[in-house]
Design a protein around this ligand. Sequence first.
Ligand code: CP
Ligand code: NVA
Length: 305
Amino acid sequence: MKKIEHILSIQDLTEDQIHALLDLASIVKEKPQKYSNCLQGKCLALLFQKTSTRTRISFQNGMYQLGGNAIYLDWRTTNLHLGALSDEIKCLTSYVDLLVARVHEHETLETMKRASRVPVINGLSNKFHPCQVLSDLFTIKEQVGKFDGINLAYIGDGNNVCNSLILGCTMVGIHVSVANPERYKPAPDVIKWVQEQKKSKFLSLYEDPKEAIREADFIYTDTFVSMGQEAETDERLKVFKSYQLNKELLQHARKNPFIMHCLPAHREIEITSEVLDSKNSIVFEQAKNRLFLQKALLLTLLSEN
Ligand code: CP
Ligand code: NVA
């Protein structure tokens, strides 16, 4: 199989590479001891422009559990704001073996990739959140054992998580139905890419969330106001009001669909507590699985054999 170089988007992976990562995550989850010293002497840098709970801790502790070292860098405490980004990244990546970066603008990752001496992984940008979606695919497979014939509905903002879900689901053959308000659609180049890959039969776009969830086995939502969009909060909360994942909306779905959310959740805004805490909700298993998928990524990108 081709070696993975950088992961700025799911598009950087082949379908086979995705399946290999999911298989490895499953073994890592089942037999953590088997890999406990595999990354001895390796170092991961986590460079974040935005806050994080799941991504940061699952990568950092995942690296420790594999015998390696991880250094967390809050962007504001580095000299990245003083020097040219490419100079600073060239230096930083000469000390470590892998860089995970969380950035405001996706283009920043492209610059990092060009300057980096080691693989760069997108830990979330305004456009994509590939690590989240890889672990979501793992969670889906864990619940239903297959992708073929599975329907996932995403309702809400056409944001980074939505873009990556569209790419990840269509790539592995999950049918994804997306409902967003007119002005908050997924990125046009993401839709175009799906068409170019001849995967359009796995994607349906709606405005009405009731239509999107009708056949869903999994229903997924995310915040209406992503990190960095705080100034748009009032306007967004108005536009997205009818997209709340609540009991009334679920009356239009099949019986007992699994409920997913990448977290952090804003209770009673994009999802009600009643739904988030319901027996069909798998959001906390979904969050826990981030650890196993990150370990699979670390092992794949860093082990010598
Ligand atoms: N889902 C996710 O990426 O969470 P964090 O922002 O807490 O890392
Ligand atoms: N769309 C959200 C995801 C958080 C994990 C954001 O970018 O803030």
